[in-house]
Design a protein around this ligand. Structure first.
Ligand SMILES: *Cc1c(COP(=O)(O)O)cnc(C)c1O
Length: 479
């Protein structure tokens, strides 16, 4: 069996409250895998520093020396041996091995974990403007054909059943582009009472004001409530809102909201509808036309297994000329004009590893959306187990329709925190010692977790761990 080191040996001084706990035994092979990757990068650097004519004797020697190091590392991986030799990158950065050493149930990290393909694309295309090797006239990111960025844009639009798509640095930049286009000072924008802060900021940045649709029974945003809100705004301000912007699944409960009904209502008033798919695009099928969306926005780093900041803005042929309008500006001295650069995109958006990670993950992302139902099943499997621990509640709609869930363990795990010397941190300690990370450290009342992407084995392990902790502290179990 593998020689196992404690977290303290592996990560001296790491803070248990930040995810590591000294009881957890780390696999030295993970550490050694990173050291191997780093050594390969050092080898790569020798090639980068050399002349095209080949390595000189000094470089050959450096290469051989690195290879010896690498062989030792490979042997350490093979035999689960050795001690950590590299603990910091650039003297300051810890190695992040949360995804290797733990089951990570962090609410916003689950579906943004990179695929192996994305990680390979990242090491290959990490250099600054790496997308621009063969950029030709008319010089715009989404027109580049090598790598196939233009084709990717077409596929993205098709994937969402929209007419056009652009990559953007995060869903928030998509909200910003749409709001900056449609909203003028004093205009109102309809959002949900569960809207994300970035939606507020996008409206504010454009000089508008948000008007929130109150929640209906079960914390759901309905078409009817949206209609009422539009009527209310019309009465109070005397003008209709400029945009309706609603999340399909919100970030607080991940409840499903009536987006198709909301779109229909918005269109009855001739108001465009922005579908916020931060928690859907990339994990479940999204059909923009069927929903009636004028804009579909997704988050690459939240739900498309991509490097941050990344995201997608898709729209219809009707709205593209507005939100994707090209520059008209003329330099007064030079008379320069910048052709087909799109104003809201500031010309080009994701010019390197971010975009290539999105593209590399895309085939896997498309495929995984077809397996969404199974992800939901796993989520419900875990929740059923959690509910067996008396006093536990689910604050999100239940049965779950999503893998992100808000739970309330005030009546179960929090009862232990009241008398435990570590307070709420006892629970994080128990989880991390079992190799589970991503819960909000110290929180034992209401908190969120996301089971997306866990294997059945991992979900069962997760559920067993919760039951085991409950039993350890003699919490009551339902039959
Ligand atoms: C995460 C999230 C966002 C922000 O996404 P970014 O890609 O980080 O800008 C917006 N809306 C909702 C509902 C979210 O959950």
């Amino acid at each position: 069996m593998a020689t196992r080191l404690t977290a303290d040996q592996l990560y001296p001084g790491s803070n248990p409250g930040l995810g590591f706990h000294k009881e957890k035994n780390m696999d030295i092979r993970v550490q050694k895998t990173y050291e191997g990757l780093f050594t390969l990068e050092d080898i790569r650097e020798i090639f980068r520093q050399s002349l095209p004519s080949g390595l000189d004797p000094g470089e050959e020697q450096a290469l051989q020396s690195r290879i010896s190091t690498l062989k030792q590392i490979v042997s350490d991986i093979e035999h689960a041996a050795g001690t950590p030799a590299i603990t910091k990158i650039a003297g300051t950065l810890d190695i992040r091995c949360r995804e290797e050493d733990f089951i990570n149930i962090h609410p916003i990290q689950a579906a943004g974990r990179l695929t192996p393909e994305a990680r390979k694309a990242l090491i290959s295309y990490g250099d600054g403007y790496s997308t621009c090797d063969t950029c030709r006239k008319p010089f715009r990111l989404d027109k580049i054909s090598k790598p196939p960025i233009a084709e990717f844009h077409e596929e993205l639009a098709k994937f969402l059943n929209m007419d056009q798509a652009r990559v953007v640095p995060g869903a928030r930049r998509g909200f910003q582009a749409v709001n900056a286009t449609l909203v003028e000072k004093g205009d109102s924008v309809i959002v949900s009472a569960l809207a994300h802060y970035t939606e507020f900021l996008a409206v504010e940045g454009a000089g508008g004001v948000v008007k929130e649709v109150p929640l209906s029974k079960g914390n759901i945003v309905t078409g009817d409530a949206t209609a009422e809100k539009i009527e209310e705004v019309k009465r109070e301000i005397g003008r209709l809102p400029k945009l309706v912007m609603i999340d399909h699944f919100d970030y607080q409960f991940a409840n499903e909201h009536e987006v198709a009904a909301v779109a229909k209502v918005a269109h009855q008033y001739d108001i465009p509808f922005l579908y916020n798919g931060a928690y859907t695009v990339g994990v479940q099928p999204v059909d923009g036309k069927k929903i009636g969306a004028d804009f579909v926005i997704g988050s690459g780093h939240k739900s498309m297994a991509s490097v941050a900041p990344s995201g997608v803005l898709a729209t219809t042929d009707e709205w593209a000329p507005k939100v994707l309008r090209t520059t008209q500006m003329l330099g007064d001295v030079t008379k320069r004009k910048f052709g087909i650069k799109e104003v809201e995109m500031l010309g080009c958006t994701l010019m390197g590893g971010t975009l290539l990670s999105m593209m590399a993950s895309f085939p896997a992302v498309k495929e995984r959306t077809l397996r969404w139902e199974e992800e939901v099943e796993k989520s419900n499997f875990f929740m059923e187990r959690l509910l067996q621990i008396e006093g536990s509640r689910i604050l999100s709609e239940y049965p779950r329709k999503h893998t992100l869930t808000k739970v309330d363990t005030t009546g179960s795990f929090d009862t232990v925190a009241k008398t435990h010397k570590r307070r709420g941190f006892y629970f994080s300690d128990e989880l991390s010692s079992r190799g589970i990370a991503g819960e909000f450290a110290g929180a034992t009342r209401t908190w969120k977790l996301n089971t997306y992407g866990l294997t059945w084995n991992q979900v069962r392990y997760l559920a067993d761990a919760f039951i085991e902790i409950a039993e350890k502290y003699q919490l009551n179990m339902k039959k």
